[in-house]
Design a protein around this ligand. Structure first.
Ligand SMILES: Cc1cc2nc3c(=O)[nH]c(=O)nc-3n(C[C@H](O)[C@H](O)[C@H](O)COP(=O)(O)OP(=O)(O)OC[C@H]3O[C@@H](n4cnc5c(N)ncnc54)[C@H](O)[C@@H]3O)c2cc1C
Length: 400
């Protein structure tokens, strides 16, 4: 089977490779996946990528993009080359990966012009204000209220698990604006400046010992009605657009393959016990099983790409990616730690830790990604109900 993309694309591949070789010294380290403020180096690098069409390639020029024709193969190929070279592909995070596509689909012309250009340049950092203490998996139970008073919404409530809220400039949030409506129909999608009066951000320390999460308290926060995305009460539909993009972030076959490669390197190096993990059958067995799953996810991604190119819906095939990819990623990090024996428990900063202890942190992080954006159990419900047409899960009876 010939999996090459064809002459036109191989020409682009050469062009991207030449660019990367010429400019790789200007690229910042890392990808900034969790959001937060971009460094000066990242901002300059991002501008270079935007000018060359290697970032925001298909976003119209009016909104600060390169204005290229939508061509999913070009976008994939560019990503492949940056990943192959181990060079940052530019700004990522909730703003670029989730909000921008949502605004392009649902935002007003004014919102697109105001928010998309600085977001893709990396100048505005965003956070996602969906979850609340009483609304996680059952997100539509959210109670943060926004009441229209003149030209402003007055927002009151609390968000939780808000990644990077402490360093974000803006939050895209779900708020209840139509209290008389049924659960889902009462929700709206609002863009809230994080420096508005009445916002208090309190950090939550997680098991990685970092404080990436926060609680966000909103007390009489005024937000202009111009920041309402879509119509009042349309928030649930728009939130699902954002969630679809969030779920696409995990599941990139390139990330799976590069983690598999690093796992093999760790397993073929000598562990603390003096024995190589790859020489132990029990670990080798797990590695073979995971390698099979990575390869099947890679083939699966090609199947989805084929659907995309034919403009066909992938149906249930698209729904399984987030669930599968997060679990495989987590299991690869867990195998690396087991294979390292006692060295595996060493945290970043320890002199004897392998790969600066990054496997330790990555393992906990991927455990979190299994939950973020809809937990594994919720993904399974979605696959069963929307994908396979099984009966809906019974609603719990109200108590009392
Ligand atoms: C790394 C990470 C980053 C996050 N970042 C953000 C963010 O930036 N912004 C944001 O708004 N939120 C964020 N979240 C929150 C995330 O969206 C929620 O944790 C998630 O939706 C689950 O909600 P919950 O934690 O309230 O768990 P709950 O909904 O209380 O669920 C608890 C357990 O019950 C299971 N469960 C619940 N309902 C069902 C059901 N119907 N059937 C079967 N099992 C069920 C769940 O799978 C889970 O195991 C983040 C979470 C993580 C882990």
């Amino acid at each position: 089977m010939d999996l090459a993309y064809g002459e036109k694309y191989e020409h682009l591949r050469k062009e991207v490779r030449t660019f990367i070789e010429a400019h790789r010294d200007r690229a910042p380290r890392g990808q900034g996946v969790m959001g937060g403020q971009a460094s000066e180096k990242m901002l300059t690098w991002q501008q270079l990528l935007l000018d060359r069409g290697y970032a925001a390639r298909t976003i119209p020029r009016a909104y600060g993009g390169y204005g290229g024709n939508p061509d999913v193969l070009e976008t994939i190929l560019i990503g492949e080359e940056f990943a192959r070279a181990g060079v940052s592909a530019g700004v990522s995070g909730p703003g670029v990966d989730m909000l921008v596509p949502t605004l392009l689909e649902h935002g007003s012309e004014e919102q697109k012009r105001r928010f998309v250009p600085p977001t893709i340049r990396g100048e505005i950092a965003w956070c996602q204000g969906y979850s609340e203490p009483g609304a996680g998996s059952d997100l539509a139970s959210l109670t943060t209220r926004a009441v229209l008073a003149g030209d402003d919404f007055v927002v009151n409530g609390q968000k939780v698990w808000t990644t990077s809220a402490h360093v974000a400039d803006m939050m895209f949030a779900l708020v209840r604006t139509e209290p008389g409506e049924q659960k889902h129909a009462g929700i709206s999608y609002l863009l809230i400046p994080m420096d508005a009066e009445g916002i208090e951000v309190r950090p939550l320390r997680s098991m990685t010992d970092e404080a990436e999460f926060n609680q966000v308290f909103l007390n009489d926060v005024l937000v202009t009605r111009q920041n309402l995305v879509g119509r009042r009460g349309q928030g649930w539909e728009i939130a699902n657009t954002t969630l679809t993009h969030e779920r696409l972030v995990a599941g990139n076959p390139r990330d799976l393959e590069s983690t598999l490669q690093s796992l093999i390197e760790v397993m073929t190096a000598e562990a603390g016990s003096g024995q190589r993990a790859i020489d132990r059958e029990v670990f080798r067995d797990r590695l073979m099983a995971l390698q099979g799953r990575v390869l099947s996810l890679k083939s699966h991604a090609m199947r989805l790409l084929t659907c995309d190119l034919r403009e066909e819906s992938a149906g249930v095939a698209g729904l399984v990616v987030k669930l599968q990819a997060c679990e495989v990623m987590y299991q690869m990090t867990a195998l690396a730690l087991d294979g390292m024996a006692e060295v595996g428990v060493l945290q970043p900063g320890s002199k004897l830790a392998t790969s600066q202890g990054s496997w330790h942190t990555e393992s906990m992080r991927w455990l979190g990604f299994i939950i973020a954006g809809g937990s594994a159990q919720i993904q399974k419900n979605i696959i069963a109900e929307r994908g396979l047409g099984l009966p809906r899960e019974p609603k719990p009876r109200p108590q009392g």
